[in-house]
Design a protein around this ligand. Structure first.
Ligand SMILES: *[C@@H]1O[C@H](CO)[C@@H](O)[C@H](O)[C@H]1NC(C)=O
Ligand SMILES: *[C@@H]1O[C@H](CO)[C@@H](O)[C@H](O)[C@H]1NC(C)=O
Ligand SMILES: *[C@@H]1O[C@H](CO)[C@@H](O)[C@H](O)[C@H]1NC(C)=O
Ligand SMILES: *[C@@H]1O[C@H](CO)[C@@H](O)[C@H](O)[C@H]1NC(C)=O
Ligand SMILES: *[C@@H]1O[C@H](CO)[C@@H](O)[C@H](O)[C@H]1NC(C)=O
Length: 329
């Protein structure tokens, strides 16, 4: 009897050995075949074997990050998955698409708030529906989010004023603006102070000839505000409803693998972690998770056709740390 049970035990352990080892080996294989599907889907090729291994390594790290970020998911909240950035390490993503020192600055230059004092705001505001939002831009690896978010907001305010949506020159701002570092970074409030102080003529995209050549025709900023509104997001809603879209600084580190839904967790609002700038084009308080509608500059193939959704009233991703509204002449 004893020898039979020993024999069965031995068979059991040998079977286990065959069973367990293939599973252990299967893990990495599976990630690699997922990586190859990913490369096909996003039209990427890495011919150099060492580059391939580095991207595979970063991809595996993204798979783990995605699992962690999705763990708190509830109905309507953000979903994370594979994006065109998923084969970058978080620090590579930061270096290529974000800014390391977008410190909080507040410069106020607001002669008078022209919006009405009102107890309530509309439940829903979407400036895209009013033809006040131009197409989604792609900043590529040029760190000029600060210029894009401000110019997009000037475009919107100009469209609201003239009822004509026109693209203005972001390149002119990158080439000309003082106290900013072009594609190496800048700040929305510093830019607005400079535009206002110099009464700068922001040319139409089609008119700008390059090399900071000045034009006589274009849009001028009449006044602006730049404020920290943490704890006062009702003011942001009111500005969105009564004035128009806003330019804001933001922490976009966890957006690397964002594919849709409302961001309500996992996005640090600490003012020292601001690393990107975007435009807010509206909000929806009727949704299961009330949120802002955020327009990004990473192309239409990022997020929801280039847009993201961020929960209101939580300073989520630091969205209320540095808020700019403006009016045009
Ligand atoms: C894939 O990339 C190649 C080379 O950059 C390009 O010519 C082709 O149009 C791309 N295809 C798709 C579907 O994006
Ligand atoms: C960050 O920016 C602030 C203000 O522009 C500047 O004073 C500070 O030296 C910068 N820090 C680093 C590490 O570049
Ligand atoms: C422009 O005018 C059209 C038609 O009168 C209107 O539907 C639209 O909302 C207006 N857009 C803006 C930005 O004022
Ligand atoms: C700014 O320039 C515009 C257009 O040339 C002009 O109408 C306006 O008066 C100027 N504003 C100031 C403050 O100089
Ligand atoms: C999820 O939210 C949508 C939209 O608010 C709602 O229609 C749906 O019933 C919700 N589903 C669950 C399972 O709660």
């Amino acid at each position: 009897m004893a020898s039979w049970s020993t024999y069965l035990q031995a068979i059991f352990y040998i079977a286990l050995l065959f069973f367990v080892i293939p599973i252990r080996i299967k893990g990495p294989d599976q990630a690699e075949s997922q990586f190859q599907e990913y490369l096909k889907r996003f039209n990427k090729t890495y011919d150099d074997p060492s580059v391939y291994q580095n991207r595979l390594h970063a991809f595996k790290q993204s798979l783990q990050t995605i699992e962690t970020l999705n763990s708190k998911k509830r109905n309507g909240s953000a979903l994370y998955g594979l994006t065109k950035f998923s084969d970058l390490l978080p620090e590579e993503f930061f270096q290529t698409y974000l800014q390391s020192n977008l410190s909080q600055k507040t410069h106020s230059n607001e002669p008078k708030r022209h919006h009405h004092k009102r107890a309530t705001v509309p439940n829903k505001v979407d400036w895209r529906e009013k033809n006040a939002v131009t197409r989604i831009y792609n900043q590529g690896s040029c760190g000029a989010c600060w210029a894009y978010s401000v110019i997009e907001t000037v475009e919107s305010m100009n469209a609201i004023k003239t009822n004509k949506s026109e693209e203005l020159s972001v390149q002119e701002i990158i080439d000309c603006a003082g106290n900013n570092k072009g594609c190496n970074g800048g700040d929305i409030c510093t830019l607005l102070s400079w535009i206002k102080a110099t009464n700068f003529t922001i040319q139409r995209h089609a008119d700008y000839g390059g090399k900071c050549g000045r034009g006589s025709a274009g849009v001028h900023v009449r006044d602006f505000m730049c404020e920290g509104l943490v704890g006062s997001e009702d003011v942001m809603l009111r500005l969105l409803a009564d004035n128009g879209p806003l330019a804001v600084a933001i922490n976009a580190q966890t957006w690397q693998n964002y594919i849709g839904g409302v961001i309500e967790y996992h996005c640090d609002g600490d003012p020292s972690k601001l690393n990107h700038a975007v435009q807010i084009v509206g909000y929806d308080l009727t949704a299961s998770i009330p949120h802002y509608i955020v327009r990004n500059t990473w192309g239409v193939d990022f997020g929801d056709g280039g847009f993201l959704y961020i929960a209101v009233d939580k300073n989520m991703c630091g969205i209320a740390n540095e808020v700019s509204a403006l009016r045009v002449l």
